[in-house]
Design a protein. Structure first.
Length: 105
């Protein structure tokens, strides 16, 4: 377990291996790589709500909370830029007949 068991300082990404997810002492699901977990605690500051038990040797990438938040902010800003560009294109008369789905890609 990384850091404080009650709160997470890392977003975790499973790169290799098989694992079980336990909630309140009971197995609720399993997953294989690639898989991401720990984001709820990192984003909200809430206590961890599950435990991960590796069934096979696992390789896990840990992304510090600050870097994860910065990356999400950049992705969000980029999405807003693309949305604004799509809206500007739709405002042009010759673009109006175009499919909005194609414009947002």
């Amino acid at each position: 377990m990384l850091g404080n068991p009650n709160r997470s300082e890392h977003h975790l990404k499973s790169l290799q291996g098989e694992a079980l997810v336990h909630f309140l002492g009971k197995q609720v699901t399993s997953f294989g790589a690639p898989a991401a977990f720990g984001e709820q605690s990192v984003l909200t500051g809430a206590k961890r709500n599950a435990s991960i038990l590796c069934l096979t040797p696992c390789i896990v990438l840990t992304v510090p909370k600050k870097l994860y938040a910065q990356t999400l902010a950049r992705v969000h800003a980029r999405g807003l830029q693309l949305t604004a560009k799509a809206a500007a294109l739709r405002a042009l008369a010759f673009c109006r007949p175009w499919d909005p789905e194609r414009l947002s890609q």
